[in-house]
Write a protein that binds this ligand. Sequence first.
Ligand code: ADE
Ligand code: ZN
Length: 323
Amino acid sequence: MDVEQLIRTIPKAELHIHIEGSLEPELMFEIASRNGIRLRHRTVDEVRRAYDFTDLQSFLDIYYEGARVLLKQRDFQEMTAAYLERAAADNVRHAEIFFDPQTHTDRGLEFATVIDGIWAALQDSPISAKLILCFLRHLSAESAMKTLERALPFRDRIVAVGLDSSELGNPPSKFAAVFARARAEGFRTVAHAGEEGPPAYIREALDLLGVSRIDHGVRCIEDPALVAELVARRIPLTVCPLSNVKLRVFPSMKQHNLRELLAHGLRVTINSDDPAYFGGYVVENFLAVHRALGLTTAEVRQLAANSFGASFLSAEEKARILQ
Ligand code: ADE
Ligand code: ZN
């Protein structure tokens, strides 16, 4: 089997996908019209043309704008169902899905509207899935703590908490107390770190937030001692190649450091981040890396194995999903 066919067919897990980032413009228009919301652009093509980003913040501004169309439980359900179907077509067998409740509760929606909609889609899902609640790091630690408290009645539906949004100037240390509380309540923890931010933020995520994975983490390479620690502790990195190029973390895919990360023995996984905004789902991310950097069949198998190994699935769940 050639590498591209292996990429398409091998069972994979996706560990870094923001559900609000899976909202394709076609569905965004449909929901906007149903909810009587006016969008800045008039056509799907116009929206897609606006997806030309210069950095993380330029993307986030448009991403939060797109999320404004989501008002009803049904909207969250349809968005999630569309992602699960699309992921299944890539032979993603399991997804650990981020959602950003503050994006919605700050607009006046109930926490329950958001999670009930997403949860309803998971009940009918063609693939296995778990939920990760992300705190928006540009907002205060108090707002994150309030969000955690709102989530407690739904704790059985949430495997972990994470940290996303504007990284620079919002270090993990800002959320140490929230994450300590989350861990005490039994949640696992992950955090975006070392996407645009420095390696010191990755160290803070490990030391102060107790994370079991680093989301992105590509800037770890600037600190050899940190790389050695990540390798020794087998901390997974959920790398998102198309995102990194679209947000100009790397000038082009040829300059992406994924092969370098693998060569250091880091536990790398490949993910789509915000597929509706960055031009592709998991298979397209693998293919883009392969076409620019060349992946061997052994590397593709390793990346796929890493995705299950780095997941929050139990041994029994993994065995069932992979049978
Ligand atoms: N929210 C959605 N995608 C994100 C990313 N790549 N980094 C930080 N926050 C995000
Ligand atoms: Zn992300």
